[in-house]
Design a binder for this molecule. Sequence first.
Ligand code: A3P
Length: 289
Amino acid sequence: MATTCSDKYIIHRGLLLPKETHTEESLRFAAEFEFKNDDVLIVTYPKSGTTWMQEIIPLLLNGGDLTPVTTIPNWDRVPWFEETRLALVLDKLKSPRVMVSHLPYNLMPSSLSSSKAKVIYVTRNPKDAMVSSFHFHKMANFLDDPGNFQEFMDKFLTGQVMFGKWTDHVKSWKHADLGDRILYTTYEAMVENLPGSLGEFSTFLCNNLSEKTLLGIADHCCFKNMSKNPMSNYSLVPKEFMDPSKSQFLRKGISGDWKNHFSPEQDLKFSACISEEMKGENLCFPWCG
Ligand code: A3P
């Protein structure tokens, strides 16, 4: 059962979730959800490239046709699995349905593993995810004020932020028993070589698109172009909900912005904490080497 935590959050199975978009009913709907064999689920820890994937995957599945991404807001095009809106838009989703989730694997319904649904899990350097989240908390009025940067970092490292600890999230999905139905990728790989990442997703989704189509999708999804798409840049959202004068949702779109925010001491402390919690996981990320 979900309990109320502050006026902005509920706690569901130990996780802090924004009350504005998550209710007991929406979480029950998710827990009882029956995945179909051709469903595609994108999974991210918050601020790791979710919106980017809500643009990319419909384009790949539509052979580069821009109609869905220029006519349907991202939250209805690829709805959040655990949020209230899913029940309202589910019937409108065309097959293959694409949904997105921030939930850890242990909160997924059993139908995810018993079906043949596919999952793409995107990780981002936790330092950059934290920086992005810090700015997001300033502009999103449905979240608590982040406090100062050090205070927010302490909350992030101890999991007192929405969806809990980054390390728990990554570990839960690393151990998901989905075999070859899960593809792991990183925000950094996408920044480094977007057409290459698109090719990988296209192969995984078995719709092997031509080089020309992939390049066209990459062009539409580059930060500069995507930032101009009102269906994806959150400019349709009322200012009382997200205030772009405080920070843009599509803010910088780069890897390594943490270097502009962390002091050397904060870097050491953050790295030590993450390394300690990831000990023995044998995970190799682009930002580690
Ligand atoms: P920054 O705040 O570092 O700029 P999410 O969608 O999971 O909330 O993640 C938001 C982050 O992804 C933001 O990071 C945003 O700018 C970035 N992002 C969204 N679209 C992007 C794109 N096309 N290219 C690069 N980064 C993108």
